[in-house]
Design a protein around this ligand. Structure first.
Ligand code: SAH
Ligand code: NI
Length: 452
């Protein structure tokens, strides 16, 4: 019987979808943080359930040739870069394999070619957005990241995968908050003022938005804080306060106030100009999101005759990228502010053949279908939970030639593809794109075509 605290020599056979080393012994599957396939380790047993078990590396006996030894431990411990200990080339192979495996396991598809993952030339400092908690550590206000599976703040100044200019601003704001003795939030006691800093930076424009998430409206000496920040960082064109007084892991509360500058920052993607609100979704890796959109557009083989649905449209970045090359685009999005952004973004770029509707995608799809809308292509880009059966049936009832599926979660995509195949579509192409280097997250575009 294997028990807690036993130390066992094992070899790691696989990587789980979330980047943990896996090993099988005695009918148990062990998950081991930061262990890599091919490695031999002395594992300390942390926990044994019925079939699943957890261990940690007590000693690394034989390291993988693909192990990156220079990665600082804090990035693994905090989960900022949960695959950062694996060479980048292997990360890309891992992501392709993930997609292949899940399509096979979930949808029993093995005859479709999953292309090589498109990767980055410089897979660091790519994030255009940061969300960092503010807490007191050793009697000092700190920014950083929570240790994985906890709320213990590990102070940090270099966030590895964030735009360096964002890191520089974060450290400056931390120092200003210390200077004016602003109180950090204390989760347990429910006291303190400042909970989180959120920063966005336009990849092409360099414009920055800073959001201060606080427990209460009043920030003492806020005028001086703002002056200090925008004097040191003229690129900060928007400072926003969000109020969140709930005991929750959700970052934003309902109330947003603009403290300085505009309500939005601007950025560009594939030649269009976009305004982005604090509450709107915007892909965090602009360079690779452009590649993702280009891939989706190329796979869809759009023409001037096409009427395209852009479901889960956000601020319109995908649909507006190809609107000029098609007849019309119909977008649907659940965040009201994002729909407003999308409409303004169409206008800003002189695009007139797009129609955005605010609502739940499945309801709006059903409504469009009943009203006789006949799109030739339906493009979907849902959140991690994927589509609903109701959405899928409504989309099939519209009888499109093609369904282009952009997914940030291959598991739910595979589930949805399975239903599409049952309802008369065939998966023909699959292209993983690495939007999240150094992490286990996988983004993928898949093309489904009506089966003849
Ligand atoms: N296509 C956009 C956004 C993709 S992210 C882009 O590339 O930037 C997914 C989007 O789906 C988010 O904007 C989110 O607000 C929206 N969303 C989530 N659930 C939804 C639902 N049930 N109906 C419509 N939109 C939804
Ligand atoms: Ni995951």
């Amino acid at each position: 019987m294997i028990q807690k605290n036993d130390i066992i020599r094992i070899s790691i056979s696989d990587l789980s979808h979330d980047g943990m080393g896996m090993a099988k012994i005695d009918g148990l599957v062990f998950f081991v943080d930061s262990a890599l396939p091919g490695e031999v380790i002395d594992m300390r047993v942390l926990k044994v359930n019925k079939r699943l078990a957890y261990g940690k590396i007590e000693e690394l006996i034989e390291a993988s040739p693909y192990r990156v030894k220079t990665l600082e431990r804090v990035y693994l411990q905090s989960g900022i870069a949960d695959l950062g200990h694996l060479s980048y080339e292997q990360q890309l192979l891992f992501k392709r394999r993930q997609v292949k495996n899940v399509l096979y396991k979930t949808a029993h598809i093995q005859d479709v070619e999953v292309l090589e993952t498109l990767g980055m030339a410089h897979p660091f400092a790519y994030r255009n957005k940061a969300q960092v908690p503010v807490r007191r550590v050793n009697n000092q206000l700190e920014i950083g990241f929570f240790r994985k599976g906890s709320h213990d703040l590990m102070p940090l100044e270099d966030f590895l995968i964030q735009d360096k200019e964002i890191d520089r601003l974060l450290v400056f704001v931390r120092d200003i908050l210390r200077h004016y003795a602003v109180k950090p939030y204390d989760e347990k006691a429910g006291t303190g003022l400042i909970r989180q800093l959120v920063v966005r930076r336009g990849h092409y424009t360099g414009e920055m938005m800073l959001v201060l998430v606080t427990t209460r409206p009043k920030i003492f000496q806020i005028d001086r804080i703002i002056t200090d920040i925008v004097t040191a960082f003229p690129a900060v064109t928007s400072i926003i306060q969000n109020i969140n007084d709930q005991q929750t892991n959700v970052i934003y509360g309902r109330e947003f106030h603009t403290l300085y500058g505009k309500d939005t920052i601007e950025d560009e993607m594939l030649g269009n100009r976009y305004a982005i609100s604090a509450q709107s979704f915007y892909q965090v890796n602009t360079e690779m999101a452009e590649k993702l959109y280009q891939t989706a557009i190329a796979l869809s083989e759009l023409t001037k005759e096409d009427v395209v649905v852009d479901a889960y449209s956000g601020i319109g970045t995908i649909g507006l990228s190809f609107a000029r090359d098609v007849k019309a685009v119909y977008g649907v999005e659940v965040v009201a502010q994002a729909v407003k952004d999308a409409k303004e973004n169409a206008e800003r770029n002189g695009i007139t053949n797009v129609y955005y509707v605010h609502g739940d995608a499945e309801d709006v799809m059903k409504r469009w279908q009943k009203s006789g809308l006949k799109p030739s292509v339906i493009l979907v880009d849902p959140p991690r939970k994927g589509l609903t059966e109701y959405f899928i049936r409504a989309s099939v009832a519209m009888n499109p030639e093609k369904i282009t599926y952009i997914s940030c979660n291959p598991a739910t995509m595979a589930r949805d593809v399975k239903l599409y195949e049952i309802l008369g579509y065939t998966l023909t192409k699959v292209q993983p794109v690495d939007l999240f280097p150094q992490t286990h997250h996988v983004e993928v575009v898949a093309l489904l075509v009506k089966t003849d």
